[in-house]
Design a protein around this ligand. Structure first.
Ligand code: ATP
Length: 239
């Protein structure tokens, strides 16, 4: 599998805090890569850099073979969608929330209607189109947010803790939707849920103190940890 995005020695410093300390990582095309790590490890920072929403303090980012710089960032950003840990919904219907990005892209009303219907269908919210999004339950809102991302058919989808605060049923639905994207989009999921990483991933990257300490197939990470740090990590001793 070719690299969709290549990170070379990426660092990110915030007012003296080193959030990322030299991350080199290939995100392969079409894979589901899970980034697991405890609170404050640097997962969100890494996702924001992959989404081209934040610039590294040093290091290089290569997107499908192109070195990322300020001249191509606006164009490349359109291929990427990030779903935030605490997403904000418009004070409008579910339909309008999901349609919003398509309207900005200038699609026709018919195209928008078809794509929104398909996206709502995929998150099992077909009959919710005319409900006010902010009045839905937390789990339903999370699925609206996912539909809003899916409707754009992003090449690269970045999900920050997509099932945090969801009950097991809603979490299962969301995980199923993510798995269905395998091979169609490249997906990076940040989570501190080790079990979710086992269920979802083609590969798992373990992040600790702003460093990727291992990246491998879940089977290798969880059943054949390379060293004592990874063993402790997958036992949750750093969480
Ligand atoms: P969590 O699981 O709690 O969401 P995380 O792994 O996503 O954590 P980050 O949010 O990437 O971690 O934060 C990494 C480090 O960088 C933390 O120490 C955090 O306090 C710091 N940090 C993140 N964003 C900023 C910011 N805008 N300004 C200053 N420090 C920041």
């Amino acid at each position: 599998m070719s690299a969709h995005v290549k990170l070379e020695k990426i660092t990110r410093k915030y007012d003296g805090i080193m959030a990322l300390r030299g991350i080199s990582l290939d995100v392969k095309s079409g894979e589901i890569l899970t980034i697991i790590g405890p609170n404050g490890a640097g997962k969100t920072t890494l996702l924001r850099i992959l989404a081209l929403l934040d610039k590294p303090s040093s290091g290089k980012l290569i997107y499908q073979g192109q070195s990322v710089d300020s001249s191509n960032t606006p164009f490349l950003r359109k291929k990427i969608t990030m779903v935030f840990q605490r997403p904000i919904l418009l004070n409008d219907t579910v339909f309008e929330n999901v349609a919003y990005g398509l309207k900005l892209r200038g699609l026709t009303e018919d195209e928008i209607a078809d794509r929104v219907e398909a996206a709502l269908d995929s998150v099992m919210l077909k009959n919710f189109a005319h409900r006010m999004a902010k009045k839905l339950s937390g789990g339903e809102q999370q699925r609206v947010v996912l539909a809003r991302a899916l409707v754009l058919n992003p090449e690269l989808l970045l999900l920050d803790e997509p099932t945090a605060n969801l009950d097991p049923t809603s979490a299962t639905i969301v995980e199923k939707i993510i798995r269905q994207l395998r091979g169609r989009s490249t997906v990076v999921v940040a989570t501190h849920n080790i079990f979710q990483a086992k269920r979802l991933s083609d590969r798992v990257g373990c992040i600790l103190n702003g460093m990727i300490i291992d990246v491998d197939k879940p089977k290798n990470i969880f059943t054949k940890p390379r060293n004592e740090i990874i063993r402790k990590f997958v036992r949750g001793e750093f969480f």
